[in-house]
Ligand binder design. Sequence first.
Ligand code: CA
Length: 234
Amino acid sequence: MRILVVEDEKRIADFLSRGLESAGYAVDVANDGASALNLVHATEYDLIILDLGLPDMDGLAVLGKIRNRKVSPQVLILSARDGVDDRVKGFEVGADDYLVKPFAFVELLARVRARLRSGQPMPERLQVGDLTLDCIRRKVTRAGENIELAPKEFSILEYLMRNRGRPLSRTMIVEHVWDMDYDGLTNIVDVYIRHLRSKIDEKYPDKMIQTVRGIGYLLDIPERSSTVMPQAER
Ligand code: CA
Protein backbone atom coordinates (compact mmCIF):
# COMPACT_ATOMS: atom_id res chain seq x y z
CA MET A 1 0.00 0.00 0.00
CA ARG A 2 1.50 3.28 -1.08
CA ILE A 3 0.45 6.66 0.27
CA LEU A 4 1.27 10.19 -0.90
CA VAL A 5 1.31 12.89 1.77
CA VAL A 6 0.82 16.38 0.31
CA GLU A 7 1.80 18.79 3.05
CA ASP A 8 3.95 21.93 3.05
CA GLU A 9 4.54 22.04 6.78
CA LYS A 10 7.61 19.91 7.28
CA ARG A 11 6.88 19.05 10.90
CA ILE A 12 3.47 17.59 10.02
CA ALA A 13 4.77 15.87 6.89
CA ASP A 14 7.54 14.17 8.90
CA PHE A 15 5.14 13.18 11.64
CA LEU A 16 2.71 11.68 9.14
CA SER A 17 5.27 9.80 7.10
CA ARG A 18 6.99 8.37 10.17
CA GLY A 19 3.70 7.22 11.68
CA LEU A 20 2.34 5.74 8.48
CA GLU A 21 5.63 4.01 7.70
CA SER A 22 5.70 2.32 11.06
CA ALA A 23 2.15 1.19 10.36
CA GLY A 24 3.59 -0.62 7.34
CA TYR A 25 2.76 1.74 4.47
CA ALA A 26 5.16 3.06 1.86
CA VAL A 27 4.97 6.85 2.04
CA ASP A 28 6.07 9.63 -0.31
CA VAL A 29 5.84 13.32 0.58
CA ALA A 30 5.15 16.28 -1.72
CA ASN A 31 5.61 19.79 -0.29
CA ASP A 32 3.51 21.63 -2.87
CA GLY A 33 0.76 21.09 -5.41
CA ALA A 34 2.95 20.91 -8.50
CA SER A 35 5.23 18.19 -7.16
CA ALA A 36 2.17 16.32 -5.88
CA LEU A 37 0.70 16.27 -9.39
CA ASN A 38 4.04 15.15 -10.87
CA LEU A 39 4.17 12.26 -8.44
CA VAL A 40 0.56 11.28 -9.09
CA HIS A 41 1.30 11.14 -12.82
CA ALA A 42 4.37 8.98 -12.32
CA THR A 43 3.26 6.64 -9.55
CA GLU A 44 0.22 4.64 -8.63
CA TYR A 45 -0.92 5.58 -5.15
CA ASP A 46 -3.57 3.82 -3.13
CA LEU A 47 -4.31 6.90 -1.07
CA ILE A 48 -3.45 10.60 -0.96
CA ILE A 49 -3.51 12.66 2.22
CA LEU A 50 -4.05 16.22 1.03
CA ASP A 51 -3.48 19.51 2.82
CA LEU A 52 -5.51 22.41 1.37
CA GLY A 53 -3.27 25.37 2.21
CA LEU A 54 -0.35 24.74 -0.14
CA PRO A 55 2.21 27.39 -1.16
CA ASP A 56 1.67 27.23 -4.93
CA MET A 57 -1.99 26.32 -5.42
CA ASP A 58 -5.06 25.45 -3.41
CA GLY A 59 -5.38 21.81 -2.40
CA LEU A 60 -8.87 21.74 -3.93
CA ALA A 61 -7.35 22.61 -7.32
CA VAL A 62 -4.91 19.73 -6.87
CA LEU A 63 -7.83 17.45 -6.04
CA GLY A 64 -9.75 18.59 -9.11
CA LYS A 65 -6.78 17.73 -11.33
CA ILE A 66 -6.36 14.33 -9.69
CA ARG A 67 -10.03 13.56 -10.18
CA ASN A 68 -9.79 14.33 -13.90
CA ARG A 69 -7.61 11.29 -14.35
CA LYS A 70 -9.09 7.95 -15.32
CA VAL A 71 -7.70 6.01 -12.42
CA SER A 72 -7.90 7.97 -9.25
CA PRO A 73 -6.71 7.06 -5.79
CA GLN A 74 -8.62 7.63 -2.58
CA VAL A 75 -8.17 11.15 -1.23
CA LEU A 76 -8.35 12.18 2.41
CA ILE A 77 -8.26 15.92 3.01
CA LEU A 78 -6.38 16.94 6.13
CA SER A 79 -6.95 20.64 6.71
CA ALA A 80 -7.20 23.37 9.30
CA ARG A 81 -10.29 24.68 7.46
CA ASP A 82 -13.01 23.42 9.71
CA GLY A 83 -16.15 25.12 8.40
CA VAL A 84 -19.09 23.09 7.14
CA ASP A 85 -18.76 24.93 3.82
CA ASP A 86 -15.14 23.83 3.52
CA ARG A 87 -16.04 20.20 4.10
CA VAL A 88 -18.92 20.33 1.65
CA LYS A 89 -16.66 21.89 -0.98
CA GLY A 90 -14.04 19.20 -0.34
CA PHE A 91 -16.52 16.40 -0.88
CA GLU A 92 -17.97 18.11 -3.93
CA VAL A 93 -14.60 18.27 -5.60
CA GLY A 94 -14.18 14.58 -4.89
CA ALA A 95 -12.58 13.94 -1.52
CA ASP A 96 -13.38 10.58 0.06
CA ASP A 97 -12.86 11.79 3.60
CA TYR A 98 -12.09 15.00 5.50
CA LEU A 99 -10.21 15.33 8.75
CA VAL A 100 -9.67 18.64 10.54
CA LYS A 101 -6.33 19.72 12.04
CA PRO A 102 -5.28 19.38 14.78
CA PHE A 103 -5.87 15.67 14.63
CA ALA A 104 -5.00 12.57 16.62
CA PHE A 105 -2.78 10.20 14.70
CA VAL A 106 -4.81 7.16 15.78
CA GLU A 107 -7.89 8.68 14.22
CA LEU A 108 -6.07 9.46 11.01
CA LEU A 109 -4.73 5.91 10.88
CA ALA A 110 -8.20 4.44 11.47
CA ARG A 111 -9.57 6.53 8.63
CA VAL A 112 -6.68 5.64 6.32
CA ARG A 113 -7.32 1.95 6.96
CA ALA A 114 -11.06 2.36 6.41
CA ARG A 115 -10.41 4.21 3.14
CA LEU A 116 -8.01 1.58 1.89
CA ARG A 117 -10.49 -1.18 2.72
CA SER A 118 -13.35 0.55 0.92
CA GLY A 119 -11.25 1.42 -2.12
CA GLN A 120 -10.78 -2.17 -3.14
CA PRO A 121 -12.76 -5.02 -1.69
CA MET A 122 -9.87 -6.58 0.15
CA PRO A 123 -10.12 -9.45 2.55
CA GLU A 124 -9.00 -8.52 6.03
CA ARG A 125 -7.58 -11.94 6.59
CA LEU A 126 -5.48 -13.75 4.04
CA GLN A 127 -4.89 -17.46 4.09
CA VAL A 128 -2.64 -19.75 2.06
CA GLY A 129 -2.55 -23.29 3.38
CA ASP A 130 -1.80 -23.11 7.09
CA LEU A 131 -0.34 -19.61 6.79
CA THR A 132 -2.65 -16.76 7.81
CA LEU A 133 -2.18 -13.01 7.85
CA ASP A 134 -4.56 -10.66 9.63
CA CYS A 135 -4.31 -7.28 7.90
CA ILE A 136 -6.09 -5.36 10.66
CA ARG A 137 -4.37 -6.76 13.72
CA ARG A 138 -1.19 -7.25 11.70
CA LYS A 139 -0.71 -10.77 12.97
CA VAL A 140 0.78 -13.70 11.14
CA THR A 141 0.40 -17.36 12.10
CA ARG A 142 1.58 -20.59 10.61
CA ALA A 143 0.04 -23.88 11.75
CA GLY A 144 -1.55 -21.90 14.58
CA GLU A 145 1.74 -20.48 15.87
CA ASN A 146 2.26 -16.72 16.10
CA ILE A 147 5.09 -15.34 14.00
CA GLU A 148 6.64 -11.94 14.74
CA LEU A 149 7.52 -9.96 11.64
CA ALA A 150 9.19 -6.56 11.16
CA PRO A 151 7.00 -4.01 9.30
CA LYS A 152 8.73 -4.44 5.93
CA GLU A 153 8.67 -8.22 6.25
CA PHE A 154 4.95 -8.02 6.95
CA SER A 155 4.35 -5.79 3.92
CA ILE A 156 6.25 -8.13 1.61
CA LEU A 157 4.40 -11.16 2.93
CA GLU A 158 1.04 -9.41 2.54
CA TYR A 159 1.90 -8.46 -1.03
CA LEU A 160 2.97 -12.02 -1.86
CA MET A 161 -0.15 -13.51 -0.25
CA ARG A 162 -2.50 -11.10 -2.04
CA ASN A 163 -0.90 -12.22 -5.28
CA ARG A 164 -0.83 -15.92 -4.44
CA GLY A 165 0.69 -18.00 -7.22
CA ARG A 166 1.74 -14.97 -9.23
CA PRO A 167 5.47 -14.35 -9.73
CA LEU A 168 6.47 -10.91 -8.49
CA SER A 169 9.69 -9.29 -9.63
CA ARG A 170 12.11 -7.67 -7.21
CA THR A 171 11.29 -4.31 -8.76
CA MET A 172 7.57 -4.80 -8.18
CA ILE A 173 8.22 -5.72 -4.57
CA VAL A 174 10.53 -2.72 -4.01
CA GLU A 175 8.03 -0.32 -5.60
CA HIS A 176 5.23 -1.70 -3.52
CA VAL A 177 6.96 -1.79 -0.17
CA TRP A 178 9.59 0.96 -0.20
CA ASP A 179 8.98 4.64 -0.89
CA MET A 180 10.75 6.80 -3.46
CA ASP A 181 13.52 7.81 -1.08
CA TYR A 182 14.78 4.29 -1.38
CA ASP A 183 17.14 4.28 -4.32
CA GLY A 184 19.24 1.29 -3.36
CA LEU A 185 19.45 -2.02 -5.11
CA THR A 186 16.58 -4.45 -5.52
CA ASN A 187 18.93 -6.96 -3.81
CA ILE A 188 17.40 -5.72 -0.58
CA VAL A 189 14.40 -7.88 -1.48
CA ASP A 190 16.56 -11.01 -1.36
CA VAL A 191 17.70 -10.08 2.12
CA TYR A 192 14.14 -9.66 3.36
CA ILE A 193 12.98 -12.83 1.63
CA ARG A 194 15.74 -14.70 3.47
CA HIS A 195 14.46 -13.32 6.79
CA LEU A 196 10.90 -14.18 5.87
CA ARG A 197 11.83 -17.72 4.88
CA SER A 198 13.59 -18.30 8.16
CA LYS A 199 10.46 -17.18 10.00
CA ILE A 200 7.60 -18.67 8.03
CA ASP A 201 9.11 -21.59 6.09
CA GLU A 202 12.19 -22.99 7.78
CA LYS A 203 10.62 -25.35 10.27
CA TYR A 204 7.74 -26.49 8.08
CA PRO A 205 7.90 -29.18 5.41
CA ASP A 206 5.94 -27.13 2.85
CA LYS A 207 8.00 -24.15 1.66
CA MET A 208 5.58 -21.42 0.59
CA ILE A 209 8.01 -18.80 -0.71
CA GLN A 210 9.33 -20.02 -4.03
CA THR A 211 12.08 -18.52 -6.15
CA VAL A 212 11.12 -17.91 -9.74
CA ARG A 213 14.35 -17.93 -11.70
CA GLY A 214 15.08 -14.78 -13.65
CA ILE A 215 12.03 -13.04 -12.18
CA GLY A 216 11.68 -12.97 -8.44
CA TYR A 217 9.41 -14.74 -6.01
CA LEU A 218 5.96 -16.17 -5.58
CA LEU A 219 4.05 -17.56 -2.67
CA ASP A 220 1.86 -20.63 -2.89
CA ILE A 221 1.43 -24.09 -1.46
CA PRO A 222 4.14 -26.17 -3.14
CA GLU A 223 3.22 -29.10 -5.36
CA ARG A 224 3.71 -32.31 -3.48
CA SER A 225 5.70 -34.21 -6.09
CA SER A 226 8.30 -35.45 -3.64
CA THR A 227 5.89 -36.37 -0.88
CA VAL A 228 5.37 -40.09 -0.41
CA MET A 229 1.70 -40.81 -0.01
CA PRO A 230 0.71 -43.65 2.32
CA GLN A 231 -0.38 -46.60 0.23
CA ALA A 232 -3.21 -48.09 2.21
CA GLU A 233 -4.51 -50.53 -0.37
CA ARG A 234 -1.55 -52.81 -0.78
CA1 CA B 1 -0.45 23.95 4.72
